[in-house]
Ligand binder design. Structure first.
Ligand SMILES: Cc1ncc(C[n+]2csc(CCOP(=O)(O)OP(=O)(O)O)c2C)c(N)n1
Length: 589
């Protein structure tokens, strides 16, 4: 049966005191929060909500699996900075959201997840599709709510949005029993948020900021370590000003890529396990590490005792719990990194006449060392005549995107090569699952990013493993004519696991064979769009261009050298200066 055509009603403000259902109230609250679209999957207890949605102006994207609703909402949030919204039914719908919630929690992404719950009277009775969503999602969200009455629904929904977006952003879940969706009551708009226990310190301590500015001027070998907090706080302009005022070199973490333009002369690259030689040496040898919205993640620091061992540390973070978690800073500053940098830049300018020139010779020498490290060991970019090297693929994507495209990546070797070799000249262009490293993230996050930014060229770069976790979403992409360029870097393996087995487990390749892969052209055609497989280097530029020129979605399956490894690599547990640049003696790690 053909679905009846839906004619969304234009947005109109609901009068105070109007009689409406819980489902209608929820939609009114979402409208007031500026939600224009959200991602979800219906079920028994959310049918009343979907019924209210039937003729509502907010757009709903029906995904093919709830996990992807969460990832797509994250893609939307990461591309815009706005709160992403997803929705699932009770029981299995809600539990399917959990990976996405943890992903958003690890990467500090603002998200509101709405879940349906069984009728209030049935809670605790092991009712059909009952799961303890509140309990299950407690450790996987920044905060979660269980709505008990219709009266409290609007207040809770607005609090959820406030909590998701303020302070350190994160996912907030609102669990709503079916009877609350169905109940009718008088709607009163919510004007104030009252969360007495929730305090966000945005301003930073003035005295500490002054001390930090002095340290910056006194340092002979400063190094900026910019994390995802720069992107989350929209602090890219302030970071640029800071590096220019202080003339400090800067690295951007996997989560911070684009926080400082890759084309900026002070930008070095990504640090860490697959970071560049210059970035890791710079962090090892600096005498002042200025950590801005970064969390000293083990993939960045390697062995903690030897990380930035000569450095004093300034650590700016909005979350007090991050300060001193892994490294005790000399100057802790709790605050919004945008506000703190604005103030710090001001003090730096004030102090420049007193300090600025004193260290110029030392700074010149520092820059010489950094340039030498860069020249000594740049990232490997092998190209071959008969096979497509993964690095060649990333080089071409980089060239065609010119630092301006949105690139959503899945998890694995392709993610690391993309992060190393594709330039990002602005924040919110590089979208990936950094903290959780959740395979299956790339394609659905690209759906959210493309919904949010229809004007942008959006790539979804996936491995052949991760792509196969996301195939059902090709239907969603086609339904909404999302012109995503899906690039599968196909090495026939779960490549990153294969790399570890090769390097550290005597090449005993266990459970990593992915050589059975669908015909890309037929697969795309089955969903109604175009696709192609290529395996020759000379096909690459033309095939990518063809994908970009296509007005709709495109699936390009690129067969690459199967046994290429990502280098440099810091073996797990090693110090970041002990990178390896090629095969090593096998040691199980
Ligand atoms: C959901 C999930 N399961 C397992 C892993 C462990 N894992 C990390 S990378 C990787 C291999 C990814 O293979 P593929 O998607 O083909 O990408 P490649 O590494 O070849 O680029 C695996 C299995 C993960 N990160 N996420």
């Amino acid at each position: 049966m053909q679905a009846p055509e839906v004619h969304p009603a234009p947005a109109k403000r609901v009068e105070t005191g109007q009689l409406m259902t819980g489902a209608e109230m929820l939609l009114e609250c979402l409208t007031r929060e500026g939600v224009d679209c959200f991602f979800g999957y219906p079920g028994g207890v959310t049918i009343p909500f979907y019924d209210a949605l039937y003729s509502h102006h907010i757009k709903h994207i029906l995904v093919r699996h709830e996990e992807n609703a969460c990832f797509a909402a994250e893609g939307y949030a990461r591309a815009t900075g706005k709160v992403g919204v997803c929705c699932a039914t009770s029981g299995p719908g809600a539990t399917n959201l959990v990976t996405g919630l943890v992903d958003a929690l690890m990467d500090s992404i603002p998200l509101v997840a709405i879940t349906g719950q069984v009728h209030s009277k049935l809670i605790g009775s092991d009712a059909f599709q009952e799961a303890d969503t509140f309990g299950i999602t407690r450790p996987s969200t920044k905060h979660n709510f269980m709505v008990k009455t219709l009266q409290e629904l609007p207040q809770i929904v607005h609090e959820a949005f406030y909590l998701a977006a303020s302070g350190r952003p994160g996912p907030v879940l609102v669990d709503i029993p079916k009877d609350v969706f169905q109940a009718r009551g008088h709607y009163t708009p919510v004007d104030t948020i009252h969360l007495p226990g929730y305090k966000v310190f945005t301003e930073g301590h003035t005295g500490q900021i002054r001390r930090a500015a002095q340290l910056v001027w006194e340092a002979e070998r400063p190094m900026v370590y910019a994390g995802g907090g720069i992107v989350a706080a929209n602090a890219a302009p302030e970071l640029k000003e800071f590096v220019e005022l202080s003339d400090a070199p800067a690295v951007c973490t996997l989560m911070g890529l684009g926080g400082l333009s890759c084309s900026h002369p002070n930008y070095i690259s990504m640090p860490g396990m697959h970071g560049s030689y210059a970035a890791n040496m710079g962090m090892t040898e600096c005498d002042l590490l200025i950590a801005l919205g970064a969390r000293f993640d083990d993939r960045v620091t390697g062995q903690l005792q030897s990380f930035a061992r000569h450095a004093r540390v300034i650590h700016v973070d909005i979350d007090p719990a991050e300060i001193g978690k892994n490294r005790t800073p000399d100057i802790p500053i709790v605050g919004d990194v945008k506000r703190v940098l604005q103030k710090l830049n001001k003090v730096l300018q004030e102090l420049e006449p007193e300090f600025g020139k004193k260290k110029s010779e030392a700074r010149r020498q520092w820059w010489t060392r950094i340039r030498d490290w860069k020249a000594e060991r740049p990232y490997d970019r092998p190209h071959a005549e008969n096979e497509i090297k993964p690095q060649h693929l990333m080089d071409e994507i980089d060239r065609l995107s010119g630092g301006q495209a949105i690139v959503c990546s899945d998890v694995g070797q392709h993610q690391m090569w993309a992060a190393q070799l594709i330039r990002f000249n602005e924040p919110r262009l590089w979208i990936n699952s950094g903290g959780l490293g959740a395979m299956g993230f790339g394609l659905p996050s690209a759906m959210g990013a493309q919904m949010a930014r229809p004007d942008k060229l959006v790539f979804a770069i996936c491995g052949d493993g991760g792509f196969q976790m996301s195939i059902p979403e090709l239907a969603t992409i086609m339904t909404h004519a999302l012109p995503i360029k899906i690039i599968v870097m196909n090495n026939g393996y779960l490549g990153m696991v294969r790399q570890w087995q090769t390097l550290f487990y005597n090449n005993r390749l266990s459970a990593v064979d992915m050589s059975c892969f669908p015909d890309a052209e037929k697969l795309a055609a089955a969903y109604g769009f175009r696709g192609r497989t290529i395996d020759k280097p000379w096909q690459l530029t033309q095939a990518l261009q063809e994908a970009i020129n296509e007005p709709g979605p495109y699936l390009l399956n690129v067969m690459v050298s199967p046994e290429e490894n990502v280098y440099p690599m810091v073996p797990a547990g090693g110090a970041i200066q002990d990178m390896v640049f090629g095969p090593v003696e096998p040691v199980a790690v």
